[in-house]
Design a protein around this ligand. Structure first.
Ligand SMILES: *[C@@H]1O[C@H](CO)[C@@H](O)[C@H](O)[C@H]1NC(C)=O
Ligand SMILES: *[C@@H]1O[C@H](CO)[C@@H](O)[C@H](O)[C@H]1NC(C)=O
Ligand SMILES: *[C@@H]1O[C@H](CO)[C@@H](O)[C@H](O)[C@H]1NC(C)=O
Ligand SMILES: *[C@@H]1O[C@H](CO)[C@@H](O)[C@H](O)[C@H]1NC(C)=O
Ligand SMILES: *[C@@H]1O[C@H](CO)[C@@H](O)[C@H](O)[C@H]1NC(C)=O
Ligand SMILES: *[C@@H]1O[C@H](CO)[C@@H](O)[C@H](O)[C@H]1NC(C)=O
Ligand SMILES: *[C@@H]1O[C@H](CO)[C@@H](O)[C@H](O)[C@H]1NC(C)=O
Length: 500
């Protein structure tokens, strides 16, 4: 009996070995591969062809070694493959400009309009895919070179895509006469809320041993080696030199914004410690543009035109694609700021023990001497509602200084964060969705130390413990009266010339 089992095993083993060898040989002489090669040669001879081979399964088949593939291909399109690791499968293709049509230069569409264009609301209507590059229906906003994980550099791609569309992007890098391909992994942003369109972060591992990388070529995930490529400039997430202290990111501006409130927002934040503001403009009125352009000219603000692709309407994406703008601001400013605050125009982070944010940061450092500060990625502030419709205190001139009554109870839901951007992978509207390393956490700040003044009628939605009354008088903001009033008056005088 045992002998039978032994014999059977030997026969089976032979069969398996034979089958493996056979399929191996068959793969080399695979008729489909041959057909593909023939088609390839045909394409090679007819330059500028648009039809391309699709049947090869070229990309999906892994493990074939370089020699086998290199042999049958025409010298002109020399394809090499190597299996790098689970995350990226590298293909190299020897490109000839005529054949593969490397795009010359496509500028990123999310354009910095801080120059003269910012004051013109009608002349800068971007066509069709808005601030995004349309890659066959996957809309790419910006691309970044992320070196935060030393041995694994990655390209980060911010994109908006139909949630049901499971197609993916692929990164290509130019290396000498080769293009090197690296698959992208796809990460869904946390706050898409089940809408038809949502935000995604694609990541491509950068193959080792590449010279400095300034651009990436993107295509759909496909086994068509002649797929059209879109060239994107990369923004580096690391930089030598000193960083500015505090940047403020403001999500896309919609509808009307009061001019005096806008100037108060900018001036009070500057007193608090803001070094720079980042605005995304959507249908902003011309007076808002004049004001923001004034700050842009003084290098205090950077302005971007925010236009979603035409297929996306307000109902089929969460909150006008705000999450995309937040991630863009986070990544774009990562190299330049120690801290970024994400704030709406009706919110202020007001320290109660100190006057400014830099002092607040030092105060918090002293407070937490025992904790290693490398583990904290930033601060989360709770908020209190100051109803803008309350009876104003007429002893003050500026509207924010006139609103001194707030809800006694503090909102634990409507928090806002001030973070060290290089420690964050993804940001939500009210919280950090994902840090770059798991061991990083956010510090919740006691409202006695600092809190958000939120100039909105009180809301208790999503928060059973929140109560809108009683209200208490809170005059903390009055410590800024003198400086704010001076700076405001001075600024309005300057702005007046811009409106003439
Ligand atoms: C790549 O293709 C070009 C022709 O387009 C050829 O001159 C060159 O030798 C090829 N390079 C390699 C490494 O095969
Ligand atoms: C935007 O353009 C202005 C003016 O050319 C420039 O000073 C600023 O650095 C640019 N900002 C970004 C984020 O590219
Ligand atoms: C608006 O832009 C034009 C150029 O497009 C420039 O001549 C003009 O001075 C700008 N006006 C303001 C108020 O910035
Ligand atoms: C995006 O490109 C695809 C073709 O690649 C086209 O069918 C679609 O209409 C474009 N969409 C927008 C909004 O530009
Ligand atoms: C890029 O080219 C360099 C120089 O030819 C080579 O050493 C390196 O291995 C290439 N990198 C990849 C990922 O192909
Ligand atoms: C643009 O804003 C104006 C008012 O500021 C509003 O009437 C108009 O409907 C808005 N347009 C769009 C497309 O949102
Ligand atoms: C956090 O984790 C990263 C990656 O695992 C590690 O490099 C870093 O030293 C850790 N930091 C601390 C403060 O433990």
């Amino acid at each position: 009996m045992q002998r039978d089992v032994f014999l059977l095993s030997v026969v089976l083993l032979y069969c398996i070995i034979f089958l493996m060898l056979h399929s191996h040989l068959k793969r080399i002489n695979n008729p489909i591969t041959q057909k593909f090669i023939a088609k390839q040669q045909e394409n090679d001879n007819t330059v500028k062809t648009t039809t391309a081979p699709t049947e090869s399964g070229l990309v999906a088949e892994q493990g074939e070694n370089v020699q086998q593939l290199q042999q049958p291909f025409p010298k002109k399109i020399n394809i090499l493959k190597q299996h790098q690791n689970k995350e990226s499968f590298v293909i190299k293709r020897n490109y000839s400009e005529a054949n593969i049509h490397l795009p010359q230069s496509i500028k990123p569409k999310l354009e910095n309009i801080s120059d003269s264009k910012a004051n013109c609301s009608k002349c800068k209507k971007l066509p069709y895919s808005g601030s995004f590059q349309n890659i066959s229906g996957i809309f790419v906003l910006t691309t970044f070179y992320d070196q935060r994980i030393p041995s694994k550099h990655r390209i980060r791609i911010l994109a908006v895509q139909d949630a049901k569309d499971n197609r993916k992007l692929v990164c290509w890098f130019k290396n000498g006469t080769y293009l090197v391909q690296s698959y992208a992994t796809k990460y869904e942003m946390c706050e898409n809320h089940g809408r038809k369109f949502g935000g995604w972060i694609y990541s491509c591992l950068v193959p080792k041993g590449m010279a400095s990388i300034k651009v990436v070529y993107l295509s759909l995930y496909t086994n068509n080696i002649l797929a059209p490529l879109t060239k994107m400039d990369l923004i580096s997430l690391t930089k030598t030199g000193t960083k500015k202290l505090f940047g403020v990111c403001i999500p896309p501006l919609f509808g009307s914004v009061g001019m005096t409130k806008l100037v108060q927002f900018l001036e009070l934040n500057r007193i608090l410690g803001a070094s720079h503001f980042h605005f995304y403009l959507h249908n902003a009125s011309s007076s808002v543009r004049v004001i923001l352009n004034h700050y842009a000219k003084l290098k205090l603000a950077t302005l971007f035109e925010w236009e979603l692709p035409s297929v996306i309407t307000n109902n089929n994406i969460w909150y006008h694609g705000q999450l995309l703008a937040i991630q863009d601001c986070l990544y774009r400013n990562m190299a330049n700021f120690q801290f970024l605050l994400f704030s709406d125009l009706d919110e202020f982070v007001i320290p109660r023990k100190t006057y400014t944010w830099p002092r607040l940061v030092n105060y918090l450092k002293d407070l937490n001497k025992n904790h290693p500060s490398e583990n904290t990625l930033g601060f989360s502030f709770k908020s209190a509602f100051f109803d803008p419709w309350q009876t104003p205190d007429n002893s003050q001139q500026l509207s924010y200084l006139q609103r001194l009554y707030r809800s006694k109870s503090i909102s634990n839901v409507r928090t806002k964060v001030m973070i060290q951007p290089d420690k964050v992978f993804e940001l939500g509207i009210h919280h950090v969705s994902k840090p770059i390393f798991e061991n990083l956490t956010i510090t919740n700040i006691d409202p006695e130390i600092a809190m958000i003044h939120h100039y909105q009628p009180c809301m208790v939605r999503y928060e059973p413990k929140m109560q809108c009354s009683p209200k208490i008088r809170d005059a903390t903001i009055l410590k800024y009266t003198k400086q704010l009033q001076n700076n405001y008056n001075q600024r309005v005088k300057e702005l007046f010339k811009d409106f003439l």
